[in-house]
Design a protein around this ligand. Structure first.
Ligand code: TRP
Length: 329
């Protein structure tokens, strides 16, 4: 069985786009591989969260992933900072990571541009920490999107460099992994582009019905078609795309027909869409709330995950130390 590792950003609540994108993939792949999923709380320190924010968001993210169906009995679900082996491997990898290659990393350049007053060493060495996350379990596959391709390439560089330096074939070369064709891209509510938290166009799984209704009623639309059977403009297509995943086929067909015969009333469509989104997200919201209220369950899950993850991580560190030459007399 292949070993899969993926990090989950510890900030930000899950929205519909996350659910139909990455998350459904995770849920599916947990049964077909040996999966390690972790909440990347060390990585989040580059932005200096307060202790309360850090703790609160890790808890929220863990509860949301559990509510959506990541099964802690099937996958190994843990919190990154519970594994001291990760910073140890990070230190070792940093000794062979070059300033030039770290500085050339696109995500680093982007951070410098956006936050010139917070260019810290954690940001510069983000790719070595991510490499440590992945190769600590000697992973084969990493389910990440396009935006992480360069980080994954750097992981391969660091893994290969280690192998070459010590003349071993210890770390496999991890490759990107997803169920590409089955990924549904969920658009945002602002007329163009995809749903994302920074765009402020998202519906969160934890949103209450009233919030959902307000967001959907405000979604960008237009004055309606003037001729029958015309292609839909992007903003309208986006509403239909969301409808396709949350509403029944009958509902979708009904509004599609109204559109094609120029009888559509967007107010009606949005009202229906808001209701259907609510019906879809309600069970998630309830589960998230129940899990958040159950500290014992959350701490059991985190502890069990940390224990399973440390078995694999401590084995790797033991062997790496031996390879490097940290040996007993
Ligand atoms: N960099 C990833 C992101 O921003 C999160 C991440 C951290 C990650 N470590 C990882 C993803 C290891 C996959 C494997 O989404």
């Amino acid at each position: 069985m292949d070993i899969v590792v993926s990090g989950i950003r510890s900030t930000g609540k899950l929205h519909l786009g996350n659910y139909f994108g990455a998350l459904k993939n995770f849920i599916k792949m947990q049964h077909e591989n040996k999966c390690y999923f972790f909440i990347a709380d060390y990585h989040s320190l580059t932005t200096h969260p307060t202790p309360e924010n850090l703790h609160g968001s890790v808890k929220q993210v863990l509860a949301e992933y559990l509510a959506c169906g990541l099964d802690p009995e099937v996958a190994t679900l843990y919190i990154q900072s519970d594994l001291p082996e990760i910073p140890e491997l990070y230190l070792l990898l940093n000794m062979n990571a070059y300033l030039g290659e770290l500085e050339r990393c696109t995500s680093f350049k982007e951070k410098i541009r956006k936050h010139p007053n917070n260019v810290n060493a954690g940001l510069l060495t983000y790719p070595t920490l991510m490499a440590a996350d992945i190769i600590i379990h000697r992973a084969h596959k990493v389910p990440v999107g396009k935006d992480q391709e360069q980080h994954l390439e750097m992981t391969r560089t660091f893994a290969n460099r280690f192998n070459r330096l010590y003349n071993v074939e210890y770390f496999p070369e991890p490759v990107a992994y997803n169920f590409g064709e089955e990924l549904v891209k969920i658009p945002g509510l602002d007329g163009s582009g995809k749903m994302g938290k920074s765009e402020g166009n998202a519906i969160y799984l934890s949103d209450d019905p009233e919030t959902i209704r307000k967001k959907v009623m405000k979604a960008v639309s237009d004055s309606g078609p003037t001729e029958p059977n015309q292609p839909k403009p992007e903003a309208i297509q986006n509403l239909f795309t969301i409808m396709k995943v949350v509403s029944t086929p009958d509902t979708y067909a009904y509004f599609d027909d109204k559109y094609n015969t120029c009888q559509i009333r967007y107010g009606d469509l949005k009202k229906q869409l808001a209701e259907d989104i609510t019906r879809f997200t309600d069970p998630f919201r309830e589960k998230i709330e129940a899990i958040l209220a159950d500290n014992k369950y959350l701490s059991d899950v985190a502890e069990m995950g940390a224990e399973k993850a440390r078995q694999s991580a401590s084995q790797t560190i033991k062997e790496v130390r031996e390879i490097i030459g940290f040996r007993r007399f």
